[in-house]
Ligand binder design. Sequence first.
Ligand code: HEC
Ligand code: HEC
Ligand code: HEC
Ligand code: HEC
Length: 134
Amino acid sequence: MKARLPPWACALALLAIAMSPAVRAEDAGIITLSGKPVIARPTRPPVRFPHEAHWGFEGLDCLSCHHEFKDGVNVLDMSVLAAGGPAIQCASCHRSAGKLQSSFHRLCIGCHETAAKKAKPTGPRSCGDCHPWK
Ligand code: HEC
Ligand code: HEC
Ligand code: HEC
Ligand code: HEC
C-alpha cells in the first residue's frame, strides 16, 4: 500500500483549510454575533462585528465596551479579558433576550451615534448595515 495520499485528496484538504472560518484572512478578528442561545429564535441575520479593528479606532480601549460596574465605576479586571471565557459574554450578565438585544443596540449604535454627532468617523447605524439580508 502506498503511504502517500492521492493528489485530489491533498487538493481537497487544502481547499478545506482555505475555506475554514478560522483561517480565512478576511475573518481574522471578526466575531459573528447572533445572540444565541439566549435569543433562541433570531428574526434578523447575525452581525459581523470587526472586534479587533475596533481596538485600533481612535479613543477606544477594551473598557469602552467590556465592563463590570461597582458603584457606577467600571472595575473590570483586565486579566478576566486576557483569559477569555464565558464571563466575558454579554449574555452572562444581560440575561434575557430583550435585555441582551437592547444592551447590544445601546453599546454599538450608541457609540456610533455619538461619533456621528461629533462628525467623527463612525460605524453603521441602520438595521440593514448590521443585519444584512444579502
Ligand atoms: C467596540 C467594543 C469592544 C472593544 C473596544 C473590545 N471588545 Fe472584546 N468583545 C466585544 C464584544 C461585543 C464581544 C462579544 C461578546 C459576546 O459574545 O457576548 C467581545 C468579545 C471578547 C472576547 C471573547 C471572545 C474572543 O474573541 O475571545 C475577548 C477575550 C475580548 N473581547 C477581549 C478584548 C480585549 C482584550 C479588548 C481590548 C484590546 C477588547 N476586547 C476590546 C466588544 C469589544
Ligand atoms: C459582569 C457582568 C456584565 C457583563 C459581562 C456585561 N455587562 Fe453590560 N452592564 C452590567 C451592569 C451591572 C450594568 C449597569 C446596570 C445596568 O444598567 O444593567 C451594565 C450596563 C450596560 C450598558 C448601559 C446600560 C444600558 O442598558 O443602556 C450597556 C449598553 C451594556 N451594559 C452592554 C453590554 C454589552 C454589549 C456587553 C458585552 C460586550 C456587556 N454589557 C457585558 C454588567 C455586565
Ligand atoms: C465605543 C465606540 C464603539 C462601539 C461601542 C462600537 N463601535 Fe463600531 N465603530 C466605532 C467607530 C469609531 C467606527 C469607525 C472607525 C473608523 O472608521 O475610523 C466603527 C466602525 C464599525 C464598523 C465598520 C468597520 C469598517 O471597517 O468599516 C462596523 C461594522 C461596526 N463598527 C460594528 C459595531 C458593532 C456590531 C458594535 C457592537 C458590538 C460596535 N461596532 C461597537 C465605534 C464603536
Ligand atoms: C451597529 C449594529 C446594529 C444596528 C445598526 C442594529 N442592530 Fe440589531 N443587533 C445588533 C447586535 C450586535 C445584536 C445582538 C446579536 C444578534 O442577536 O444578532 C442585535 C440584535 C437584534 C435583534 C435580536 C435578535 C434577532 O435577530 O431577533 C433584533 C430583532 C434586532 N437586532 C433588530 C434590529 C433593527 C430592527 C435595527 C434597526 C432599527 C437594528 N437591529 C439595528 C447590532 C445592530
